[in-house]
Ligand binder design. Structure first.
Ligand code: ASP
Length: 350
């Protein structure tokens, strides 16, 4: 595979492969020197046109832990302000000799378009509008597997797992990527939101149920995934007030008490305390927000490694995304090959 643009292009085997490689990098992250030489000589550019704390820092940390060089582009201080087009900006960055471009943009579809423009650079979608955020969904899958099947390989723990996604599903790229990945692995997904924060059409969404009563579904939920109300996309106008939203859909201590004892709570961050979750709930052991963030580095190491780490630097055109190459079709080498390579790379500290 040349790019990671969305979850829809990863089949179940490829998902397992990413999770297994990420697991190896979790172990690397626990070492005194959490660095491996796997991507020495490679350059990863982070190109963010939208705000980010954890995703950008996480990708840059991942690239550095793989010994890649990191080129960090900030749209706000770039020649885009002088009228340069997105295409010219992207092609300029590619001309500096980068191997992977990690892109976030407020408009859905930009990473796919960028992949078509680039001739030899891998593109990773770090969030495009309300479309997809595949690495966040991969983080969530890894985090769920760690708690449902500690030390486990494979994805048997997802079969029949009851996952409830709560909140601003209409504007959430995380929800789209989560639903795609979870359904592919056999989880039963329920969406809970005010009617105004559901997408206009849910046709084709592989979900088991859609509801508006959070209290009713919590007692049979294994995993709750909370979503932020995306005010920057105008979500505030879809609910009477954030206070009212919190009243109906916020995970309060009373609601958390309705969950089964082994249920866990995820949130991709940033968390708005007191809206989607009560501050005191954030301190419960069932809430895995911090673990998601630390898994983020391992998952992004796995994605960069699988895209870049399995061969020589490509010659111009060898990774070209012309035609249907712009869609993400898999993650690099076959499962066995990747697993073998990461074992070797992960053992040798950089
Ligand atoms: N960090 C996630 C995203 O970029 C979720 C959020 O912003 O609420 O989509």
């Amino acid at each position: 595979m040349r790019h990671l643009l969305g979850m829809g292009d990863l089949d179940a085997d490829e998902l397992v492969e990413v999770l297994d490689v990420a697991d190896a990098f979790v172990e690397v992250g626990q070492r005194a020197n959490p660095k491996v030489p796997a991507l020495r000589g490679r350059t990863v550019a982070t190109v963010f046109f939208e705000s980010s704390t954890r995703t950008r820092v996480s990708f840059e940390t991942a690239a550095k832990r793989l010994s890649a060089d990191v080129l960090s582009f900030s749209a706000g201080t770039s020649s885009l302000n002088k009228g340069e087009s997105l295409r010219d900006t992207i092609e300029t960055i590619e001309s500096m000799g980068i191997d992977a471009l990690v892109i976030r943009h407020a408009a859905a579809g930009v990473p796919v378009q960028v992949a078509r423009w680039l001739s030899s650079t891998c593109v990773v979608n770090a969030g495009d509008g309300a479309h997809e955020h595949p690495t966040q969904a991969l983080i969530d899958l890894l985090t769920i597997r760690q708690v449902r099947d500690p030390g486990g390989k494979g994805v048997g723990c997802f079969a029949g797992l009851a996952v409830t996604i709560v909140g601003d599903i209409r504007h959430s790229r995380v929800a789209r990527s989560q639903v795609c990945g979870l359904a592919r692995l056999g989880a039963r997904v329920t969406l809970v939101a005010p009617a105004t924060l559901l997408p206009p059409s849910l046709e084709g969404w592989p979900v088991e149920a859609i509801g508006h009563d959070l209290d009713a579904v919590l007692p049979t939920t294994d995993v709750v995934s909370l979503l932020r109300v995306q005010e920057e996309r105008g979500s505030g106008t879809y609910v009477p007030s954030l206070r009212e939203y919190a009243h109906g859909y916020g995970l309060t201590a009373a609601r958390a008490a309705l969950l089964p004892p082994d249920a866990v709570v995820l949130h991709p961050g940033p968390v708005i305390r007191g809206v989607e979750v009560a501050p005191e709930v954030l301190d419960l052991p069932a809430v895995l927000v911090r673990r998601q963030v630390s898994n983020g580095v391992a998952v992004r190491m796995a994605v960069l490694f699988l895209l870049l780490g399995s061969g020589d630097r490509p010659s111009s055109g060898s990774r070209g995304a012309g035609g249907d190459g712009a869609s993400a079709g898999g993650l690099g080498p076959g499962p066995g090959e990747a697993a073998r390579t990461v074992e070797v790379s992960a053992v040798d500290d950089a």
